[in-house]
Design a protein around this ligand. Sequence first.
Ligand code: F6P
Length: 463
Amino acid sequence: MSRIVIVSNRTPGKGPAAGGLAVALRKVLSERDGFWFGWSGKLVDQPGNEARMEDIDGLQVAQLDLAREDHHAYYAGFSNSILWPSFHLRLDLATIESHWYEGYRRVNQQFARALMPLLKPDDIVWVHDYHLIPLASELRQLGARNRIGFYLHIPFPTADALYAIPHHEELMRDLARYDLVGMQAKRDVAAFTEFAEHQAPSTFGGHQAQPIDFSRTEIDAFPIGSDPAAFARLAASPAATKMVHRMKRALGDQCLILGVDRLDYSKGLPQRVEAYEKLLANNARLRRNVHLLQVAPPSRDTIKEYQETSDTLDAMCGHVMGRFAEPDWQPLTYVKRAYGQPSLAGLYRLARVALVTPLRDGMNLVAHEFIGAQDPANPGVLVLSRFAGAAEIFHDALLVNPFDTDETAEALRIALDMPLEERKQRWRSLMDAAEEHNVDDWAINFIERLAPGTARKAGSTRD
Ligand code: F6P
């Protein structure tokens, strides 16, 4: 059986895997030979060209140190100040420093040079996310003839946003060097196809660039999922139950409205707090009876736009507190730190409403995990942005336009007033969809499409 090589910017660390994706990919690697390749997390002045192979909790992981300066241009610069805002249609938040592209390219070349000697001719290579778009091109230049697939975890931009990215043509040529490109949602495949079919290459210095030939690259949607059954078990675990008891003591009879998001401008957090403010303003009966808990672990906090989002949210939460809090009641709690999966599972289970309202999102696994964690006898309601990839799957969520805070406030009210029978019916349909789109099948389907006949073990009963 061919080995599988997973490549991503960050590699899984020691200890229990934090997210469903890491768990699923670990599982892929535990069932066959292969290794995970990525950045070691270390920044040095003079990086070598070799990766160190290490056994991390039974997983083979090859890690590479990066040069401090290159890393800044590659990660905080090109990846997260140009690609991330553009792919999320926030050109107003992009900072374009064209020299960052050189650092981005150099890091991809360094990844390729360190990975190439570790590859066998029939290895299947699976590259993850926007940090590594040029990797297949760089590997092919070094002679790799392997099947190489790419999965984009974030949304694909509309053509106009794509044209605003420096070197976008080269990046699209890079994508054409993969055998398979996987996207989260049908809307992403449609945006990609729109570009591929109507490409308008720029004329620079009078030279009309050759149209990009995508004929050897297959593109499709592979919506990622979670492991809902594992989340259901986790939500009933002692650690989760401890969190439930702790919160019940704090909340009394109040209904919990929950948000869990990285502190990122794409998550629509200020709009969410504004919607909550409108809920309280429009429905005086709900004051003292509801509580919003927003968990928002800091992210990419060296980047100015992230610091500004954090400041805005501080101010808005303070404003809502000042407007509605009383000496013996607080309308919200806002915590800027990360919690482990068991504690989150407990919070999800206790929540009457989950607010998952990103302005744009690849998939959004919080939505999947919330559904998995519900008590079937008394499930909560999912209020979900129509601009998350998850909206293509979870039709029985209350879908909202997160820019329209009146609409989100009204959806919140409907969720809080929803009778138990309707909550159960909606949850059953959501759980069926979450089970159908589980993360194990996601990984198998992608690998099977990339290298047919190789994903399933002999004797496997999966179909
Ligand atoms: O959703 C895209 C993504 O890059 C994930 O792959 C990653 O887990 C998350 O955002 C956090 O990003 P970072 O690695 O920049 O902290």
